[in-house]
Design a binder for this molecule. Sequence first.
Ligand code: 2AM
Ligand code: CA
Length: 257
Amino acid sequence: MERFELAVKAITRAGAALRASRVKNGDVQFKTGYKDLVTYWDKYTEQLLRDEILTAFPNDVIVGEEYPPSGIGKLTWYIDPIDGTTNFVNQHRNYAVSIGCWDGDKPVFGLVLDVEREAMYWAKTNEGAWCNNTRLHVTQRTDLHDMLLTTPGVQYTFLDQNDWREQLIKLARTVRGVRCLGSVALELCEVASGEADLFVTLRSSPWDHNAARIILSEAGGAICTVTGASLSINEKSTVLAANSVENLNGVLSLLSD
Ligand code: 2AM
Ligand code: CA
């Protein structure tokens, strides 16, 4: 079985397990505080994905959120068993399983499963971006006044003190509206599918964005950090995304103004 087919099989199985799951009080633990959760199901799902991948491709590297990195091969799988854990716990919807496969710094494929909607976002390099069987394209909007900005956390983006707060509030005032879903991967897929035009977050990890960024770029979008640097494959980072390179540059100049 090829890696892509295996990934589809594994993510489908993970999604079915999560849909059937019910979070009990004892399943939830705090990481750095009451806003930073991990559940029994995050760990269970990452273990399921790791087992499936390593059984078929024992030398591949796996970088996931809940366990230390493993493997020594050239191909790396970035996996987030639940992206949007707070939504998983509080809403039981608007959460995703994310699998991004990279050959060094070259993207191979990305899968983001919106678990409760059973919507599989996927892309292979140079083969376009898709949601189930529907081809995805970013919007054609060019005027910031017409755009929707999505960001996963209203508190830490706009309310808490941070180096970018004033500039991000300026961006929020400029666009038509701001939406907060609470999942980096699903929000990048919203830009890929034309449901939003811009995305920003001040905190994201490789497993949060390394699958969805492939889907976004195959749909015609552009991505970088809030300073305009290229987005690292391995490091935690800020993320800024747009429906085109031109609009990404437009937002960068607004943020640096
Ligand atoms: P997670 O659900 O996998 O933790 C929520 O604001 C979004 O930001 C989610 O995609 C969440 O991923 C991500 N995120 C990244 N870093 C985070 C952090 N330090 N605390 C909370 N959410 C974080
Ligand atoms: Ca996660």
